[in-house]
Write a protein that binds this ligand. Structure first.
Ligand code: UFG
Length: 321
């Protein structure tokens, strides 16, 4: 069984590629390396191609049985400033991929969605039934793909798993791959960097949470990757299309993450308190029960595992090894 991992040289795609290989799948990566890295694709066949390049996609799709799609721009703030970029790639080019997949006769598709499709949740923890009302173009672009997949299922029998990630973080236990964003905007790598020369700005301490800082559901990228394999197996067994939250079901505040970074590194995180970041809801925590029911999957790694793995990876990158 061969799988095309589109965006396979990116952070989550590269972890999914390894999880697939560990489960016995043949894997081909497809990535235009605009934000992906050859380093993360090492040891895999990598087709250097854009999602908008239909002929190239068509030729590689003849060699696979299913598609996993990770290739998206994913900065919320940038999507507000430059929605055109987000709709061109995350919607227009994604549709090219979807149509080429369909034309190739492939009927199994695993899609990287996001909790950003919910916008401001109506209740915590967030179930899959929460209304989907994204509050930024990034979330809107992902929701479009969810709608397209739902329509393609009804019309053409293209079965899909739409996996709504909460806050992905951490690094593969092998130490070979991890998070490499440029610019880096995510809390965990920034908190770790602030144990050195950097300084972390805490975006608000006046939220209605126990310590006043925002709470998020941090999920280890390897747990996420394993959920993708389970989702593919669900579709292979003839399972129906599904939309699933991928989170731990528990939340941690910004201050708790800082303390975890201090415990993992043995150093202080230099920080200052800044204003709230526009668009940040106070609490985002998944109700992760459906993924457990449908896939028999549950996140097993803790915040300490996430932070220590991210720290090992960061040291490796900094040392140039
Ligand atoms: N934070 C800080 N300081 C920083 C960076 C982040 O205090 O320098 C805080 C944020 O305010 C937030 C938390 O740390 O409360 C986590 O922020 P991240 O930027 O790491 O992650 P987000 O929750 O903003 O983003 C994640 C995904 C997005 C997705 C979004 C949905 O990375 O892809 O959740 O809300 F769209």
């Amino acid at each position: 069984m061969a799988i095309l991992v589109v965006g396979g040289a990116g952070y989550i795609g590269s972890h999914a590629a390894r999880a697939l290989r560990r489960s016995g799948y043949e894997v081909i990566l497809y990535d235009n390396l605009s934000t992906g890295h050859r380093r993360l694709a090492q040891g895999f066949e990598l087709v250097d191609g854009d999602m908008a390049d239909e002929p190239k996609l068509r030729s590689v799709l003849t060699r696979v049985d299913a598609v996993m799609h990770f290739a998206a721009h994913a900065y919320v703030g940038e999507s507000v400033e430059n929605p055109r970029k987000y709709f061109r790639n995350n919607v227009e080019a994604a549709l090219t991929l979807l149509n080429a997949t369909l034309d190739a006769g492939i009927r199994r598709f695993v899609f990287s969605s996001t909790c950003a499709v919910y916008g401001v949740p109506t209740q915590i923890p967030i179930t899959e039934e929460n209304p989907r009302q994204p509050v930024n173009p990034y979330g809107t672009s992902k929701l479009f793909c969810e709608y397209a997949l739902e329509a393609y299922d009804r019309a053409y029998g293209l079965r899909s798993a739409r996996l709504r990630y909460f806050n992905a973080a951490g690094a593969d236990e092998s130490g070979e791959i991890g998070e490499l964003h440029d610019p880096e905007t995510h809390l965990i790598p920034l908190a770790l960097a602030a144990t050195g020369p950097g300084e972390l700005q805490i975006f608000g301490t006046d939220y209605p949470t126990p310590d006043g800082t925002c709470i998020r559901d941090y999920i280890h990228v390897s747990d996420l990757a394993e959920a993708h394999v389970r989702a593919l197996q669900h579709l292979e067994k003839g399972g129906d299309s599904v939309a699933l939250n991928l989170g731990t079901g528990g939340g941690h505040s910004v201050l708790e993450v800082i303390h975890a970074a201090e415990a993992a590194t043995g150093r202080a995180v230099r920080r200052k308190v800044g204003p709230r970041r526009p668009g940040d809801p106070p609490v985002l925590v998944a109700d992760a029960r459906r993924a457990q029911q449908v896939l028999g999957w549950k996140a097993t790694r803790t915040l300490a595992d996430i932070v220590s793995g991210a720290w090992q990876w960061m040291q490796r990158v900094q040392s140039g090894s």
